[in-house]
Structure formats: C-alpha cells, structure tokens
Design a protein around this ligand. Sequence first.
Ligand code: PLP
Length: 391
Amino acid sequence: MQLPDIERLRKDTPTCESLIHFNNAGASLMPKPVHEALINHLALEASIGGYEAEHQALPELDAFYTEFATLLNASPDEIAYVENATRAWDMAFYGMPLKDGDHILTHESEYVSNYLGFLQQAKRRNLVIDLIPSDESGQIDVNAIPALITDKTRLIAITHVPTQGGLVNPAIEVGEIAKAHDLIYLLDACQSAGQIALDVKKLQCDVLTGTGRKFLRGPRGTGFLYVNSAFLNKLDPPFVDLHSATWTADNSYEFAANARRFENWESYVAGRIGLMEAVRYANTLGLANIESRVANLAKTVRSTLSNIKDVDVHDLGVKQCGIVTLTKTGIDANDLCTHLRTQGINTSVSTLTSARLDLGKRNLENLVRASVHYFNTEAEIDRFAQVVESA
Ligand SMILES: *Cc1c(COP(=O)(O)O)cnc(C)c1O
C-alpha cells in the first residue's frame, strides 16, 4: 500500500499553493472534505436551527465513534468526544482511583499541562511523582522502569510524542511493563494520532487521549478520549451532566454504559463532524502509509538542516517522527520563526516553560519547531532550508 499521488493530496489542501505549512504539530491544514463538512454543518444550523441540524447529522455523529474505533483498533463504545486533548486527559486523570501516598511514574518528556495536573494533584491528594530516566538516546529508559515500581506505584502516565521534539517514546514496551505489574497506563497520544499508526491492543493502554487539529487535520476546538472498556468502571468521571448520566430516581443516577459518560451534552457539533471526516480521511489514506512518508520527510529536513552552518538540530530518540527542532546561532528562535513566516513558511516555537524538565536539562531555551505532514514536499524542504540558511 502507498499513499495516493502527492499532487492529488495537495489539491485537497489548496493552501499548499501559497504557503509552506511546517506547523502540523501546532495546527495542520484541514483537507477540503473536512473544511466542507464543517462549513456545511454551520450553514445547515443557520438555515434550519441547531437542534434540527444535529438531528439531520445523526449518521455523521455516529460515524465519529466508528471512525475512531478503526483508527485506534478500539470499539466505538470506548470513544468519547471531548473539546480538546487536555480536557480529555483531565477527565481520566482527575477520575483515577488514586489514594493518599500513591506514586505516579512519568518522564521528563511529559506534556506541560499533564505535569501541571500532577503537581496540583500531588499537593491536593498527597501523591508522589517519580521520574523514569532517559536512556542515552533521550527516550524513556524502559529497562529502568521495573526497579522504580513499588507497592505504592499505581499509574504510569507518559507522552508518546512530546510536543517539543521528534522523539517517539517506546509506548508499546512501556505498556508491557505496566500490564505485567498491574498498573494503570495513561497515554498522551496528542502528537502521534494522525501521524503514527496507533493500536490500543498493542499499546495496552487503559486510556489514550488526543486532539483534532494537529496531525489528524481536524478543526480546532476538538479532541477525543479512549477508555478501555475493562477500565471504564474504575474511573470516576470528575463531572457529570444529563448526557453522561441519567437521573433515574429522585436521589439516584446512572452513568452512560460506555465512554459517553466522559462527554458533555453541549458540544461543537460542526467540529465533531469535521473531526469525524478528518479521521475518515486519515483511515482512507492508511496510517502506516502516512507514518512512513512523514518520518522520511522529517529525516530529509534533519539531514538538510545539519549541513547548514550555525544550525543545530535537537531531536532525541531512537525512533523519530515528523517534528524537527532547531536553533541557529545568533538568532533568537522567535525571530527566526517570524522571519520564516514573512517568507511564507509556517513553523512554531517550543519554549522552556512548555518543557521545563526536558529543555531545562539540555540547557535549551527556545527552539524553532518545523513539523511536516505527508502533503509537504522535498521542494518545500529545500526552500525552507534556504530561508533558514540566509536568515
Ligand atoms: C498539544 C498537546 C496537548 C494538548 O492538546 P490540546 O488539544 O491543546 O488540549 C497534549 N499533549 C501533547 C503532547 C500536545 O502536544
């Protein structure tokens, strides 16, 4: 299997004509079918009313669960729509069966908001955060985990692909250890969903979270939550409403029988439909095809950059993905990012405050983050390298 002709994929992404978009880890460009589904639903709401439009869109809203089930090798009952990845993660983390004195195992590559959640809950609930060390490549040192596990360890919570670099953590190997020790496994797959093939059966995670707008190419303000059906009843949803539960008698209620218990009644219906189309689009292309093209393009970006004087590439790990981070001596990363934008090239900046443990340890402050997707081309990489070189 192969991706269809790249020119055809670029036709589905008309902005490719006028812009080099290397900010797919920030927010990718929506392909035409996604953009159209979103706009069409908003137009339908304007013309017949929001509730009436939702009723008409029930098949698409159902397809949200089946498309995600295909993407993750899960069951539709294990999927919830949540407005972003952070709230999806929160719905799980804040509902975890953790008690006073329990330990959480994580890694310095953990996403900033997750780590802030650990810090807040550590204080409130008297939890202890233990850091798994990195191996020489910078990835999670899987072999170091068993020695860190004690009878107080309850949860392993890690980030598959950190926001601040090309590293892909060995999430399957971590899952094997988590299950062998009967620990809860919470995986942040926000940067891997849409660029790396994910299979929750192989990952053996209890919970997996992600966002719509990044490599999945969905609309902003959308996200999702996967909860393994065997784990569902061990989580206590931190919030409840008339959609997540039914008021069964004056003094009692029952949660929805599936992962809908983590959803809100009110939600961005057009966004849900848009995200469903984005997942359908990715499923049709095939995640294995996407993964290999993205990794190859990023490899070309790294090798091209490493030939430029004064440029350093900072990506860690044995396995690397579509995120490339760089600095250029003598130019602040923010200035380089701004300069690139004036030249029609979108990138973003990873900052110390969004990755304190990782970038702090490496004495790095700000990095330019260039993140490629399958619709990018070698010609765009050459142009990007020229602009970086002459900056
Ligand atoms: C972007 C990101 C998040 C947060 O996603 P939101 O949809 O903005 O809440 C979480 N984890 C990682 C690794 C991310 O890169």
